[in-house]
Design a protein around this ligand. Structure first.
Ligand code: SER
Length: 638
């Protein structure tokens, strides 16, 4: 496609002439970098300390697949553990919500990867300060139009009362800006489904009423409209959760401390601050979309299919680069499987807009430049990431070439009646996908290339329903993972956590200083620990390790923590995870009467038992070699 006229610059990219009528070029607003800086500075000025933006892959003892909000690393502290940096925390956290994948492309707002701005009060300030500050930040800091800000609050039910207090505070705050924020006009009480936040359904989950902040992004007038009834016209830009309850059997009990957990999407704040109607037209995505336009010769605004394809490509590119940055490699399990799926999906989608090959590698430069203001070291990883993507693409092409033969074989056996039977075709296609990873849209293309008329709509519908069924199964799998994750801080998992520290020390004593934690995972039934070693443990070494552990239990040693500067903690030999970023002040758990005489000291958030006598005897009941020079042991209490 030939473009005419000169395109005006928008961020790093440019707008195709045909599409420029869709843009309001006068308002390009603040860049995301500035939004973030303002947010952090604002909360730092209110006494908050910044905590690190940690890896998307949850550290250590979690079975959660991805970090999906800023509050994740904070669960123990929201429950009452003291945080080394105090009671007021702020950060930006990269997050991934794979469950949103179906929406990506179809809306102006959904992405699987995003950044969450977060501030927390750990039993310190509460509703009054939080609601005043966040509205002040949005209106005075980001210069958002107060007339377009709307709020929801919890309407109350049998477990917790209506949040009158938040409604009253918001009303007062808005009065400051000359806005009458009456209930039913600007503040809307909603039920548990909308205005209660909790991570999962298990006993012990923390939760509480929340107050969501919406911005009007529609075209017409907002008079008389409510966010819940006009979802496309409003965009949720932030949520203040008043986390003050813990789930018990049959209800909720008040926590010992009342917390604030605020989360706001950086990319969504960019959308409203930059005066856009589409998240993909902000500085976080547009340069990437523009590059896709150039390499495909297509126009983002040309049709809803093209727009959808470009949005998916831009979102999945950012997500894959962030995953690769965090050390994930395409594979068949867990995070690796998700990365593989999204890379392969990009390759397929690239074909929809006429780019046959190399789409991930062609988009890497723009992706890195969009993200490197936040992740400067990403530039050094670029070559490595290109290699990962190219290798995966080659593998996928092999799948495709095998699949093409198989597909031809299947098609040659079909008769005219079969070609008129979308369900049967969808079955065949689904099996082909399951066995060889051959995508249904390519199978459909193959049939059409044979000159057959296929009811594409019927075929896609039947395929979709098979995939949905399949996805529901795998989704419930990942939710299980999620629920079994960090939240599961039963007495038993706390014991296994302390046991992991002791076993690590035992392994160092027996095998040497090369021992470090490559991975760890805890359930109610057992612990798992991965470490580098040339060989599996001998029977003799297993015995020694168990004896070492049991001796520590018999010696009734106290377990304590101390908060100290990171440098000092490293100097005194506290163990830490090499790939993790830690704040300047860290919490060090030690097993011993004093830190000097401790048998074990590790950077760790806790919680732990108070004395080793609370643990029972342990047995190493299984071991595995999980890679070259990488071993895994499983241990459980006897
Ligand atoms: N935890 C809340 C959320 O994820 C607010 O941070 O929306």
């Amino acid at each position: 496609m030939v473009r005419q006229g000169s395109a005006k610059p928008l961020f790093a990219g440019s707008i195709p002439a045909q599409a420029s009528k869709n843009y309001l070029l006068v308002n390009t607003g603040m860049k995301s970098e500035e939004i973030l800086k303002k947010y952090l500075n604002y909360y730092i000025s209110k006494g908050h300390k910044q905590i690190p933006n940690v890896s998307l892959v949850p550290e250590g003892d979690s079975t959660l697949l991805f970090v999906n909000s800023g509050m994740f690393p904070l669960v123990p502290y929201l429950s009452g553990e003291p945080h080394p940096l105090g009671k007021r925390l702020v950060n930006v956290q990269r997050s991934l919500r794979f469950e949103d994948i179906e929406d990506v492309g179809n809306t102006n707002r959904h992405t699987i990867a995003f950044h969450m701005l977060g501030n927390w009060s750990l039993g310190d300030y509460f509703k009054k300060e939080q609601l005043l500050w966040i509205y002040e930040f949005l209106i005075e800091g980001l210069k958002l139009d107060p007339n377009k800000l709307f709020a929801t609050v919890f309407a109350g039910d049998e477990y917790a009362p209506k949040d009158e207090e938040s409604a009253e505070i918001i009303k007062e705050v808005m009065k400051k800006y000359g806005i009458d924020a009456s209930e039913g006009v600007r503040i809307f009480p909603c039920g548990r489904k909308d205005n209660w936040w909790q991570r999962g359904e298990s006993i012990g989950e923390l939760g509480g009423p929340d107050s969501e902040i919406f911005y009007y992004v529609g075209e017409g007038s907002y008079e008389g409209k409510s966010p819940s009834e006009n979802q496309d016209e409003f965009l949720e830009i932030g949520n203040s959760v008043f986390m003050q309850y813990r789930k018990i059997d049959g209800g909720w009990e008040p926590l010992s401390q009342r917390n604030v957990d605020f989360g706001g999407g950086l990319e969504r704040l960019a959308l409203v601050t930059q005066g856009r109607k589409d998240i993909f037209e902000t500085d976080n995505f547009w340069p990437l979309i523009d590059r896709i336009q150039k390499i495909s010769g297509r126009d983002y605004h040309e049709s809803s299919e093209v727009k959808r394809s470009m949005r998916i490509l831009a979102d999945h590119m950012r997500a894959s680069v962030m995953l690769a940055m965090d050390g994930v490699l395409p594979g068949n399990k867990d995070q690796g499987y998700i990365l593989r799926r999204i890379i392969r999906r990009m390759i397929k989608i690239g074909r929809n807009i006429g780019v046959e090959k190399n789409i991930p590698s062609m988009l890497i430069d723009e992706t890195v430049s969009i993200l490197s203001w936040l992740y400067p070291s990403l530039k050094d990883k670029e070559t490595g990431i290109i290699n990962i993507f190219s290798t995966e693409e080659e593998k996928f092409f092999k799948v495709l070439s095998l699949g093409i033969k198989e597909s031809e074989k299947i098609i040659s056996k079909l008769n005219d009646k079969d070609f008129n039977d979308p369900d049967k075709l969808a079955d065949l296609s689904f099996n082909l996908f399951q066995s060889l990873g051959y995508p249904p849209d390519i199978f459909l293309e193959d049939m059409k290339n044979k000159g057959k008329y296929i009811d594409s709509r019927g075929f896609n519908k039947a395929v979709d329903s098979k995939f949905k069924k399949h996805q529901e199964l795998s989704r419930s799998g990942s939710e299980m993972k999620f629920k079994g994750g960090l939240m599961d801080q039963s007495e038993r998992t706390v014991k296994y956590h302390t046991a992991t520290h002791i076993l690590q020390r035992g392994l160092i004593n027996i095998l040497g200083n090369h021992i470090c934690q490559l991975g760890s995972n805890i359930t109610n039934e057992r612990l798992r620990y991965d470490f580098p070693n040339p060989a599996k443990l001998t029977d003799q070494q297993i015995k020694e390790l168990e004896n070492y552990f049991n001796d520590i239990v018999i010696r009734k040693i106290p377990v304590n923590f101390i908060i100290m500067p990171k440098r000092k903690a490293q100097e005194i030999g506290a163990m830490y995870l090499k790939n993790e970023s830690y704040p300047d002040e860290v919490k060090v758990y030690y097993i011993g009467d004093s830190i000097e005489k401790a048998v074990s000291k590790e950077f760790c958030g806790g919680p732990h038992v108070q004395n080793t006598s609370e643990l029972g005897g342990i047995e190493i009941y299984k071991q595995e070699k999980i890679g070259d020079g990488k071993m895994r042991i499983y241990a459980r209490f006897k």
